[in-house]
Design a protein around this ligand. Structure first.
Ligand SMILES: Cc1ncc(C[n+]2csc(CCOP(=O)(O)OP(=O)(O)O)c2C)c(N)n1
Length: 619
């Protein structure tokens, strides 16, 4: 069938099982074809084709509410709800979102991007249901990786206390988070998976129950069954458990969905699926390379990399530096909350398996754990995306900073993140950290400077320090890693001298501004604020109140570097008459490649130089 002709899911009601299977094959082919051109979340979507079709066939969206955890596996849902013809623009500027979006469709009833919120959202909808006549079943679809996170477990526990609310939770168990799953729950799920279908086993075990016992209540039957087969984790939390079932078998899917639809009860349906199903490279991937992919060649599976000559990603430089540290110091550990692939730690993991701690999607745990290590003579490196650090705000203040623990945090994906968009922008962490006592914050302009910051952080700094870096490449020479690295202590740097105005900026835009200023011979002092906290008081003292001051940050303006500089200048009685603060206003920033979005928000080098010139003209 022509996938782009699908307008809504109502046609599914009349499909036979073979027709559903044919549709699955067409949708898989559509996804492979389209994502090979645009890139996007790949294997998670290939794994949920049948289960999404079956959901839409049995239930009736949007009266029945489907809540997709993370939302990265929502592409099939988008196709079935009439958005296939927008896939060419997937995850691009002004294009189709890679996650669920309430503005895009009435079938997208809850938005996310960060994981493990689906069951709590389900709880909220179930409590709102009595006041919404048209609301029927509320169904959360959550992966085994996301389920192991605190937020999901809290909500599972909470809803277990309200059996009358009848939550339906579908556990999509593909034994993978982005890379391989970790933690005890993953092991418990393996045990559940290894049992034959629980329901068929139940039938058999009931035969083993002595006849006289049969007349007793199902309670006793349950106990005997529990003894014989083991009560599942979910049953002990108050849910009826169905599974493990084959999440690619329409017969099983349609039957179980119909059963729970007709028999309301708090339910967990445990589906086994294959991540990447239907595309061999993705099916065999254990490292997470096909979780999200750039455009790729379908036949070979070769993923496109936009390589700049002599440019290396900040992530790869970080991983190599940490590998060297791990080599020299057996006590050294890198901690990641489920993001080893994104943090380029695949070869670190292979070389130093015991020195990489993957906590799973457990940012708060990772932070507290790092704190306690740091208080006990082990200075770890915690690598965490800016956006996911938001999950650990309390731990930053209460655990880490207050106790002044020796931890180096690598804040990855700092600044705009591109295709993931609104839910993932790394533009809120500076204000989030700026006011926390004892916390030092740095952001290098390039790879070499980043090494200098690491050298200072690991060898000289006492207490917590956060070093930010973007999802970007930077000029790099591998020899810099092996030559002695000069530590860069808290300070700012003048990278271009000029007497008429001052521009303060940080990050990988600094070398680009510097080059433009040289080219244009602008009489402007460019200061690289490589430490965002503490501010350099000596350099602020040099600012002339009669000359224009321009501050640029790829961050929200409110509470960031600019606000802090201005506050300090007021204290010093040196606030210039002419100030221009460039950064993001009070709004969420949508998806789109970093440079195009910086241009749209007038924060790219072109606009910076324009602002500088205007300031020079006006004074
Ligand atoms: C709070 C948070 N941390 C990390 C991530 C990054 N992330 C996106 S999907 C994912 C793995 C989810 O695994 P699972 O729930 O098993 O779903 P699957 O992709 O395997 O279907 C991770 C770690 C996130 N979205 N949110």
């Amino acid at each position: 069938m022509n996938i782009t002709d699908i307008k809504n899911p109502s046609f599914l009601k009349d499909l036979t099982i073979p027709e559903c299977e044919a549709l699955s094959a067409d949708i898989r082919a559509f996804l492979i074809e389209n994502l090979s051109k645009t890139g996007g979340h790949f294997s998670s979507n290939l794994g949920v084709v049948e289960l999404t079709i079956a959901l839409h066939k049995v239930f009736e969206s949007p009266k029945d509410k489907f809540i997709f955890d993370v939302g990265h596996q929502g592409y099939v849902h988008k196709i079935l709800t009439g958005r296939a013809n927008q896939f060419e623009s997937l995850r691009q500027m002004d294009g189709l979102s890679g996650f669920l979006k309430r503005d895009e469709s009435k079938h997208d009833v809850y938005e996310s991007g960060h994981s493990s919120t689906s069951i709590a959202a389900q709880a909220g909808m179930l409590f709102a249901k009595p006041f919404n006549q048209d609301m029927r079943h509320v169904i959360a679809l959550i992966g085994d990786g996301a389920l192991a996170s605190g937020s999901a477990l809290e909500a599972l526990n909470f809803l277990g206390h309200y059996p009358e609310k009848n939550p339906i939770i579908i556990l999509n168990d593909n034994e993978m988070s982005i890379s391989e799953n970790v933690g005890y729950l993953a092991r418990a799920l393996t045990k559940m998976r290894m049992r034959r279908s629980y329901r068929s086993l139940r039938r058999k075990t009931s035969r083993l129950i002595p006849k006289p016992l049969k007349k007793f209540t199902s309670k006793i039957e349950k106990r005997v069954k529990g003894f014989l087969t083991g009560t599942t984790y979910f049953e002990s939390m108050g849910y009826q458990y169905y599974g493990p079932l084959n999440g690619h078998d329409f017969k099983q899917l349609l039957k179980v969905f119909q059963t729970v639809k007709n028999n309301p009860a708090p339910t967990v349906i445990h589906l086994r699926t294959v991540k990447g199903k239907g595309y061999e490279h993705a099916e065999n991937d254990t490292l997470g390379a096909w979780h999200g992919t750039p455009p790729f060649e379908i036949e070979t599976g070769r993923q496109q990399q936009k390589d700049k000559p002599n440019a290396v990603s900040f992530q790869a430089i970080t991983a190599d530096y940490m590998s060297n540290r791990a080599q020299q110091d057996p006590s050294f550990h890198v901690i990641t909350p489920a993001m080893s692939a994104g943090a380029s730690l695949t070869s670190f993991k292979a070389q130093h398996p015991t020195q990489l701690i993957d906590t799973g999607i457990a940012e708060a745990t990772a932070l507290t754990m790092a704190t306690a290590m740091g208080l006990n003579r082990v200075k770890p490196f915690l690598t965490i995306y800016s956006t996911f650090l938001q999950r650990a705000y309390d731990q930053l203040i209460h655990d880490l900073a207050r106790q002044k623990a020796n931890v180096v945090i690598g804040i990855d994906r700092a600044g705009l993140v591109g295709a993931d968009g609104e839910t993932h922008q790394g533009i809120y962490d500076i204000p989030m950290m700026m006011h926390i006592p004892n916390l030092t914050i740095a952001h290098p302009k390039d790879g070499k400077e980043m090494l200098g910051l690491y050298a200072y952080a690991f060898e000289h700094h006492n207490g917590p320090i956060a070093i930010r870096y973007p999802k970007a490449k930077t000029a790099f020479d591998q020899a810099w890693l092996t030559n002695p690295i000069k530590p860069i202590k808290p300070s700012w740097e003048i990278v271009h001298e000029g007497q008429k105005a001052t521009l303060i900026a940080f990050g990988d835009v600094v070398p680009v501004i510097e080059a433009r200023m040289k080219q244009l011979k602008l009489p402007v002092r460019l200061i690289n604020a490589r430490y965002i906290k503490p501010l350099s008081e000596s350099m602020l003292q040099m600012i002339h109140p009669d000359q224009p001051l321009i501050i640029h940050e790829e961050s929200v303006k409110s509470g960031g570097l600019g606000s802090e500089i201005l506050r300090k200048l007021i204290d010093l009685n040196r606030l210039p008459n002419h100030v221009k603060h460039m950064g993001f206003d009070d709004a969420f920033i949508p998806q789109g490649d970093r440079l195009s979005m910086l241009n749209r928000y007038e924060l790219d080098v072109h606009h910076i130089i324009q602002v500088v010139k205007d300031c020079l003209d006006e004074t």
